[in-house]
Design a protein. Structure first.
Ligand code: 13P
Length: 248
């Protein structure tokens, strides 16, 4: 069975609530495509107005982060039930910015993946290597280990609905994209890892995105690769270019 393409924007820490609503209006007609899952992962404060703005369209709402407890004394955090009630379906987990700037480790990331599934949210689990690991040639081992850690005690049925984003850190926000062959090499390796951990049917079902300076000019080539099922897009998701990526 062919996997359905999934193009997700990661707005990061951009757009005030009113700017977010304006961007939804700007992109509305450009992102129409019934053959693709389109997701806007937005800052927490934008979730409610964005959910309202995209109602009745083909756009799904995602969060950029959450915490593993349902409620309580966790100042500054936001819970899965809060996201669910606001209409969120997807949540980014383990982005390299969360790992590197906010110190999230694979134990927490694994707990977040399990909590997301238990709460009815679909994780977009990010993995990827630094430039140093790419240069050292050990990037595949590193990413394999991230996947194994982050999916500890996650079931095959859950992984069948999971989205994994391969985002080489050296390609994020740098304008330097992995070549389509470099991206395909790692995405294929991730799928093999899922086959080893689970089974062929699970590996066939899991959707794998590429992320890192994906734009209107390079999306079609990246998305033509057999193991690249979509994209996780930062900078270009804030512009009309996002519509071209959805329709690439
Ligand atoms: P850029 O598309 O801006 O490189 O960001 C990629 C990214 O980090 C998406 O999560």
């Amino acid at each position: 069975m062919a996997r359905r393409r999934i193009i997700a924007g990661n707005w990061k820490m951009n757009k005030t609530p009113s700017e977010a609503v304006a961007l939804c209006a700007e992109l509305k007609d450009l992102v129409k495509n019934d053959a693709v899952d389109v997701v806007y992962c937005v800052p927490a404060i934008d979730i409610v107005p964005v959910a309202e703005a995209v109602k009745g369209t083909n756009v799904h709402v995602g969060a950029e982060n959450f915490y593993i407890e349902d409620k309580g004394a966790f100042t500054g955090e936001i819970s899965a039930p809060m996201l669910k009630e606001a209409g969120v379906e997807f949540v980014i987990i383990g982005h390299s910015e969360r790992r590197d700037i906010f110190g999230e480790n694979d134990i927490l990331i694994n707990a977040k993946v399990k909590k997301a599934f238990a709460s009815g949210l679909t994780p977009i689990l990010c993995c990827g290597e630094s430039l140093a690991l790419r240069k050292a040639g050990t990037y595949k081992e590193w990413i394999k280990r991230q996947i194994e850690w982050d999916l500890t005690d996650v079931t095959a049925d859950q992984v069948k609905t999971l989205v994994i984003a391969y985002e080489p850190i050296w390609a994020i926000g740098t304008g330097e994209t992995a070549t389509a062959d470099q991206a395909e090499e790692v995405c294929a390796m991730i799928r093999e890892t899922i086959a080893e951990m689970y089974d062929a049917a699970t590996a066939e079902a899991v959707r794998i995105q590429y992320g890192g300076s994906m734009n209107a000019g390079n999306a079609a080539e990246l998305l033509s690769k057999p193991n690249i099922d979509g994209g996780l897009i930062g900078g270009a998701s804030l512009k009309p270019d996002f519509g071209q990526i959805v329709n690439a």
